[in-house]
Write a protein that binds this ligand. Structure first.
Ligand code: GLU
Length: 478
């Protein structure tokens, strides 16, 4: 059978980094084994699922470049089929109606707590007679459908990441609920463990790769696979993504949705490359920075770690900066232009924009850094206190005056040689260290002692006819 993998997100929130990483591992492994990667939106929980979340998940996966084959399946469209199968399980006697009320459940939980026992359903409605069931239905009582799980059932599978996994029926919390509460002889809407098995079978899924929080669900699902005589797929459970405290990364950890990463200025290729390292790493000697196509060739589930993967911002930043460094500068300029336009900043020419891009490209970590780093080229910066002290303490008034004299004799805008000549000439005349002069000019252009290459920056400012004006401004304040 052809290999088929899938991502089955629930649209109950924005696309989360954990779901995106699961998508990525499925995508990589599908590529590796020459299979298909499919998408199924698990939107059966009407109270929590929202179309805007489905849209966000679909857009986020596309932005990351994790494209899927075939049309996405919406699970809500298959509820009728799920119900028919639940009915079959009822008829076969593998499932039954459980009439336990909310009050009864609460009482059971309280009793178990009092006796120091873990919460577990006690299967009390398991063996009702036909007439008992009928009379409960006639009384208008509500029920859920439960699937029998024998305490002594043994469930094992060979997890492609974790090796052999064993579960005992008694550790699965009692008979499993297949559908939500309904009245009379209705069958309520199907729940995850039932729907996932039916749909994975319907979609001919051969490999299920999902988070380790689903391990006990897998044990339950295998029981359903067996009851329905479906072929069981291969399972793999990926490690969780952890925050810096070693706890599961959650919404409380500030940035977790793919949108937020995009808005902060991470590139999709850098983010997916970083995500490959959340639980997997290339063999020693191989670069961590590689395209997904290349990684799909060396990626293997057996090399995925079992232990949780700590989210590391520094690593992500480093990878992103490497991608930005290696980007074609014209492409990067196109991104910068959008960000500059949003600020209302105009570039005098395409070449000027490209030169500024080349000047700052290597020091950009996330795209949004471009704002801070390029602002002095668009707006006149205030001179900070350190800069002001430097200008005052080093007696630079006459140097700057001379710089203006020399500048006004050059044709504008100046070129690299002009700038170098001016610096040489001033240092000779005043017998000062070039450093003092360069720092003074830097303060004039940037308002502070830091910034990108001075000469290149000067040329950009000269092209906007702002260099002289900025030096004059310094003379006015010292
Ligand atoms: N809807 C489930 C989730 O989002 C799917 C888990 C699975 O892949 O089976 O966690």
């Amino acid at each position: 059978m052809k290999n088929r993998l899938r991502l089955a997100p629930s649209p109950t929130g924005l696309l989360h980094i954990g779901t995106a990483r699961t998508a990525l591992f499925n995508w990589l492994y599908a590529k590796k084994i020459n299979g298909k990667f499919l998408l199924r939106i698990e939107d059966t929980d009407v109270s929590r699922s929202k179309p805007e979340y489905s849209k966000n998940i679909i857009e986020g996966l596309s932005w990351l470049g994790l494209n899927w084959d075939e049309d996405p399946i919406y699970q809500s469209e298959r509820i009728g089929i799920h119900k028919v199968i639940i009915k079959k399980l009822l008829d076969d006697g593998v499932a039954y109606r459980c009439f336990m009320s909310e009050e009864e459940s609460q009482q059971l939980r309280e009793d178990q707590k009092k006796n120091g026992l873990p919460p577990k359903h006690d299967n009390r409605y398991r063996d009702l007679s036909k007439s008992e069931i009928e009379s409960f239905i006639n009384e208008g009582k509500s029920s859920v459908i439960r699937f029998r799980i024998e305490d002594n059932a043994q469930i094992t599978w060979n997890d492609q990441i974790r090796g052999k996994i064993k579960w005992l029926g008694k550790d699965l919390g009692g008979d499993m609920v297949l559908s939500r509460r309904a009245y009379g002889d209705d069958i309520g809407s199907p729940l995850y463990n039932l729907a996932v098995v039916i749909d994975d079978n319907f979609m001919n899924i051969t490999h299920v790769i999902r988070g380790e929080d689903h391990i006990s669900n897998t044990a339950k699902q295998i029981l359903i696979y067996k009851a329905l005589r479906y072929e069981i797929p291969k399972f793999s459970h990926t490690p969780l993504i952890l925050n810096s405290e070693g706890k599961k990364l959650s919404k409380r950890d500030s940035v977790t949705s793919i949108d937020e990463f995009r808005d902060m200025g991470y590139l999709p290729d850098a983010l997916t490359n970083y995500m490959t390292l959340l639980g997997w790493s290339p063999k020693s000697g191989e670069s961590e920075i590689q395209s997904l196509e290349k990684i799909s060739k060396i990626f293997d589930l057996k090399d995925v770690n079992k232990a949780g993967a700590k989210f590391n911002w520094e690593k992500l930043n480093w990878i992103n900066s490497q991608y930005i460094k290696n980007m074609n500068s014209n492409d990067l300029l196109n991104i910068f232009k959008i960000l500059w336009e949003k600020k209302g900043w105009e570039i005098p020419s395409q070449q000027w924009g490209l030169n500024l891009t080349l000047l700052i490209q290597d020091s950009i970590i996330v795209l949004s850094d471009v704002i801070n780093q390029s602002e002095p080229f668009f707006n006149l910066p205030e001179v900070d206190n350190k800069g002001l002290d430097f200008l005052k303490n080093n007696n630079v008034k006459s140097l700057l005056k001379y710089a203006i004299d020399l500048l006004s004799k050059k044709s504008q805008p100046i070129n690299r040689n002009d700038a170098k000549e001016i610096i040489e000439e001033i240092s000779l005349k005043y017998e000062i260290k070039k450093g003092i002069l360069m720092k003074s000019l830097r303060i004039a252009f940037f308002g502070c002692l830091s910034g990108p290459d001075l000469i290149e920056s000067w040329l950009l400012m000269s092209e906007k006819d702002e260099d002289m004006e900025r030096i004059k401004r310094c003379l006015d304040i010292i």
